[in-house]
Design a protein around this ligand. Structure first.
Ligand code: OAD
Length: 232
């Protein structure tokens, strides 16, 4: 089986009703990223940040995976697939993908403020379970969202780079490729890997790689690519 690695961003969940970050009307026009998505912001005002992610977690109940998530999962029948996602939603899981690397954490998990990457501190929450101020992790520190914020290390980048380096095909869907280290993952692709990018407004596409651009929304672009990738 050939190895197929997806790199996904907020755009794949846009048609499910989750707002992207940098499009017009995106989340970073409504909130200051340094207030709600940085480790400094969390230390300044933990309650604001905890509530911001509580709201995002509650939204998970209201949204469903779309055809792009479903077609990504369906390709497991034909390829050895891995989904590397910057998204903190659980729509890839709910669509049936079984090998997912979350680079920026997961809304459905919480961890400790003192040791956020210690596996013993990480707990799974229900889609609508809020984290409360004063609620403690196993090590006694404040429970916090299991999210990788600006200013923090990205522990899953190494396994993700390893997956990309072994891929025969890489499919990038719905990311502005603005945020590093995630945006640098394509540089790990083998020279002869086939690379596709699905995004209605592709930008920051590395010029040094032969990327096949499908300038369409995720659902439409994935339908087209699914047919191409399953044609024998
Ligand atoms: P962005 O909001 O930066 O980019 C979203 C991309 O999706 C853009 O390139 C859009 O053109 C594209 N897009 C919009 N609608 C789409 C659709 N229906 N189908 C396909 N593509 C569509 O989101 P990310 O690149 O995911 O991190 O952002 C990366 C990181 O920045 C996030 O993980 C988050 C954010 O700050 C943290 O908070 C740590």
């Amino acid at each position: 089986m050939k190895k197929l690695v997806f790199l996904t961003g907020a755009g794949i969940s846009a048609e499910s009703g989750i707002t992207t970050f940098r499009d017009s009307g995106g989340l970073w026009e409504q909130y200051r990223v340094e207030d709600v998505a940085s480790i400094q912001g969390y230390y300044r005002d933990p309650e604001l940040v905890i509530n911001f992610y509580n709201e995002r977690r509650r939204q998970l109940k209201e949204v469903q995976p779309n055809d792009a998530h479903r077609l990504v999962a369906a390709l497991e029948k034909y390829y050895d697939c891995c989904v590397v996602t910057q998204n903190v939603d659980n729509l890839h899981e709910r669509a049936g993908s079984t090998h997912i690397i979350h680079l920026h954490g997961e809304l459905t998990k919480a961890t400790s403020t003192s040791n956020p990457n210690d596996p013993r501190q990480i707990v799974t929450l229900k889609d609508d379970q809020d984290i409360q101020m004063g609620e403690k992790a196993a090590d006694g520190s404040q429970l916090r969202p299991f999210i990788v914020w600006f200013g923090e290390a990205v522990p899953m980048i190494e396994p993700a780079a390893e997956e990309v380096s072994k891929a025969d095909i890489v499919v990038v869907i719905g990311t502005s490729l603005n945020v590093y280290p995630a945006a640098g993952l394509l540089s790990y692709a083998q020279q002869d890997a086939e690379i596709y990018l699905i995004d209605p407004s592709p930008n920051n596409v590395p010029g040094y790689l032969p990327v096949h651009i499908i300038a369409k929304k995720a659902t439409e672009g994935m339908k087209e690519l699914y047919q191409q990738l399953t044609r024998s």
